[in-house]
Ligand binder design. Structure first.
Ligand code: SF4
Length: 351
């Protein structure tokens, strides 16, 4: 295989998207953008990126940010462990590296939430180090370029693909080369549907294109079936406020706020009333109105939510809970995307 870098880089310089973290690729900017883009499309992530940086312009600011504000800045992006790890890493960077990310691939890799790909992206793009940054886009491009039908999810195969990526990398342009591969995967060698081979700078070299196999590559192990979990959600209302409870500090949606709920069960109105009473809540005279069903998909779990809303007499919030009005719901408490149907209902109809 002829070296792909010259054609790839020419294409990149002519076609790359202008993105804020590319225009000012400081280590912090590249780090933040890569973490945001792990589970989020570029167009969806951009407003979050701008807002996050305006609020927390550098690593010391991130390290010192109060947890609720941090969650609020991430609200809507999901996968909150990403932002918690960002902050954990920022604290380490402040104590060990004076608030600046280290120009060292292995030191980056040792930080919470930074895997091989992110370490490679920061090291090559911001520090110009000749290291790989292999994400799903790059694996797809190389599986097709070499017409290689092996499973890219196999760690050994991924290592071999990474070695191939490095055979083509010009050491003086490591960051541009890595970005060019990702950009080609995002814009031309597309993941869903037919790749745009007519526009591809590697079209004449590509073995899958010649063999007509591009659409079947890359090969991946099929994802595991998700576990379906019924969830009973209860919107307990009083005088324009809703009762929120904080989730445990560890596990799914750790530390975030939610309506009162019970997982792994679909409760009747009578069973729900008994559970609310056990929480210490006075539901005298309350009418249980069914909520619309809602579904939320996590990586391995699917929540099938149903439940009730009811109005209760004025009373203090039970332990671990707070009463939140409309303003606090919008400005202070982070309700994860799993509850977006019920949050909308609260904000538009109930509060
Ligand atoms: S020619 Fe087509 S399949 Fe091959 S790398 Fe380019 S876009 Fe992908």
């Amino acid at each position: 295989m002829e070296n792909i870098a010259p054609a790839l880089l020419d294409w990149f310089y002519a076609n790359r998207r202008i993105l804020p973290f590319r225009e000012d690729p400081t280590p912090y900017h590249v780090w933040l953008s890569e973490i945001m883009l792990q589970q989020t499309r570029v167009s969806a992530a951009l407003p979050y990126y701008e807002r996050f940086l305006a609020a927390l312009p550098d690593i010391p600011a991130l390290a010192g940010c109060e947890e609720e504000k941090l969650h609020k800045l991430w609200e809507g992006l999901g996968y909150y462990s990403r932002v918690r790890n960002l902050q954990k890493a920022a604290k380490i960077v402040c104590t060990q590296y004076g608030g600046q990310l280290p120009a060292d691939y292995n030191a980056l890799l040792a930080l919470p939430g930074i895997g091989e790909y992110t370490a490679g992206a920061i090291a090559s793009i911001s520090f110009g180090l000749p290291v790989p940054a292999v994400d799903g886009n790059v694996l797809r491009v190389f599986a097709r370029l070499y017409n290689d039908p092996r499973l890219v999810t196999d760690p050994q195969v991924k290592r071999e693909f990474t070695a191939r990526v490095m055979e083509h990398q010009p050491p003086a342009k490591a960051g541009d080369y890595n970005q060019a591969l990702m950009e080609l995967g995002a814009l031309v060698c597309l993941p869903n549907g037919a790749p745009l081979c007519e526009q591809c700078p590697l079209g004449t070299l590509c073995r899958a294109r010649a063999a007509g196999t591009a659409l079947s590559l890359p090969q991946k192990t099929p994802p595991k079936a998700r576990r379906i979990t019924p969830v009973t959600v209860v919107l307990v209302l009083n005088e324009g406020r809703v009762l929120l409870q904080q989730r445990p500090a560890k596990g799914l949606l750790a530390g975030l706020w939610q309506p009162v709920l019970w997982e792994d069960t679909t409760l009747t109105a009578a069973e729900t009333a008994a559970r609310l009473a056990a929480l210490g809540l006075d539901c005298t005279g309350a009418h249980f109105t069914p909520l619309p069903a809602a579904k939320h998909i996590f990586t391995h779990i699917e929540w099938h939510q149903s439940g009730y809303f009811l109005t209760v007499p004025e009373q203090p919030a039970p332990a671990g809970c707070v009463w939140a009005g409309k303003e606090q719901l919008e400005a202070a408490y982070t309700l994860p995307g799993a509850f977006k149907v019920y949050k909308k209902l609260l904000l538009t109809k109930l509060l």
